[in-house]
Design a protein around this ligand. Structure first.
Ligand SMILES: Cc1ncc(COP(=O)(O)O)c(C=O)c1O
Length: 429
């Protein structure tokens, strides 16, 4: 029996491990370890497996492509699957976004998007938002602020990046509604323009249309539309990082559609290749045209196996009306998690869009409930339910179920979670 503990010494401790599970098999919502234990998986590779584990259509497409060609590098040749994939992504992307640069992971795509914005505008400045997470490369780290630990010890980071308030309840004065929070965050941005960095020196405003790691926070629509207007006014490119919120997780193909706002550049990743590593920078042909050949690159991007998986995934979306399931099951999850806030005093908020949902835990005296969340997460794990934390205070529990999750599996998981919440509440009383 292979045990993590016996091999731990060979792995860098920098990768924080949430469990010691040695996973051997997955099917749909379930994951099995090498001791035969079954878990309901509400992490799904951190919001990656939109169709759950080992979806037959995706597996078949991967197997077929693997038998034909693994790589000859998309720098050197073209692949049928990758060409078709680029076209398919253009078809699902909002507005005129229809030209893709393929990379391998989310942070790499964010890095590339920042380079694209600087290259196209000739300006250095980037504005990002407090609470956002954009990955671990130097570029990604420099625009990330969901926790100071991600940046600690890495200075100097990429320059000319300013960070401003996101209109989340935690970052705005207490008691403000949507309009108030939007006004407050826009005011902070105007202060940056007035005192720190003139808007004509800003290449891009980078935002998650729904903050992911930062706590599954949905911004007010008026804020997102105002950001679009500000970008238009000053010739600033708007970059939406849809790596976690995209590909249907919120009930629309891309979260931007909820706000009726089309960005100039969009980063995609996570779900896009059915579980294989892939990411993309998607923009308009006009913007991409200004990024001359050779100004960006990579050995592995546009891999034909990832592309075959990505195409199979999109076929499944089209043929099963997957987004309707996200809306239906997301609505049910919203109702159930809302009930938790009424039933369990430690559950102080339930929020999200579609199947991008989270609950927040706090102590009844108002202290952030990171410790409570750890107890809940551990209890769920013991009960056979895999969950993941989120939130700037690590006191959110995010639900990253597959998008094709059934009501039965949701109920099965919610029963485990509810039992644990009741127990933790009892211990806290
Ligand atoms: C919104 C967002 N951007 C970027 C990233 C980084 O992606 P990766 O871990 O694939 O580099 C993540 C990962 O969680 C993310 O949620």
């Amino acid at each position: 029996m292979i045990r993590y503990a016996d091999y731990k010494q060979y792995l860098s401790p920098a990768l924080a491990k949430t469990t010691e599970i040695v996973a051997v098999r997955g099917e749909g919502s379930y994951l099995w370890d090498n001791e035969g234990r079954r878990y309901i998986d509400w992490v799904q590779g951190i919001a990656v497996n939109a169709l759950g584990h080992a979806h037959p259509r995706v597996v078949a497409a991967i197997q077929e492509q693997v038998g034909k060609l693994l790589t000859a590098s998309f720098n050197m040749v073209n692949y049928e699957s990758t060409l078709k994939w680029a076209k398919a992504i253009a078809e699902i992307s909002p507005g005129e976004l229809g030209t893709t640069f393929f990379s391998n992971g989310g942070a790499e795509a964010v890095d590339g998007a920042l380079k694209l914005a600087r290259a196209v505008t000739g300006r250095p400045g980037i504005i990002s938002f407090i609470g956002s997470f954009h990955g671990r490369t130097f570029g990604g780290t420099s625009v990330t602020s969901s926790n100071a630990k991600y940046r600690k010890g890495y200075d100097p980071l990429v320059g000319a990046i300013e960070t401003t308030a996101y209109p989340s309840p935690g970052q705005c004065p207490a008691g403000l509604g949507e309009q108030g929070r939007s006004d407050y965050a826009l005011g902070r941005l105007q202060e940056i323009f007035a005192y720190v960095r003139a808007p004509e020196t800003v290449a891009a405003i980078l935002m998650e249309p729904v903050q992911g790691e930062g706590g599954y926070i949905v911004p007010p629509t008026q804020f997102v539309t105002a950001i679009r207007e500000i970008c238009d006014e000053h010739g600033i490119l708007l970059i939406f990082d849809e790596i976690q919120s995209g590909y249907g997780r919120t009930g629309k193909f891309f979260a931007s559609e909820h706000f009726g706002v089309v960005p100039d550049i969009m980063t995609v990743g996570k779900a896009m290749a059915g579980g294989l590593p892939a990411s993309g920078i998607v923009s308009t042909p006009e913007i991409m045209e200004k990024w001359a050949a050779g100004r960006h690159g990579g050995t592995f991007g546009g891999n034909p196996v990832a592309a075959a998986a990505g195409l199979a995934l999109l076929e499944e979306y089209a043929q099963t009306d997957l987004l309707a399931n996200v809306v239906e099951q997301g609505g049910y999850l919203a109702k159930r998690t809302q009930e938790f806030t009424e039933k369990y005093p430690i559950v102080t908020d339930a929020r999200g869009l579609g199947l991008m949902r989270a609950i927040e835990l706090n102590h009844p005296d108002g202290r952030p409930g990171g410790d409570l969340l750890e107890k809940v997460r551990r209890g769920c794990l013991d009960g056979g339910l895999l969950t993941l934390a989120c939130g700037v205070k690590a006191n959110g529990l995010r639900f990253a179920t597959p998008l094709n999750v059934s009501r039965d599996v949701l109920d099965e998981g919610l029963e485990i979670l509810e039992g644990v919440l009741a127990k933790v509440c009892e211990e806290e009383a």
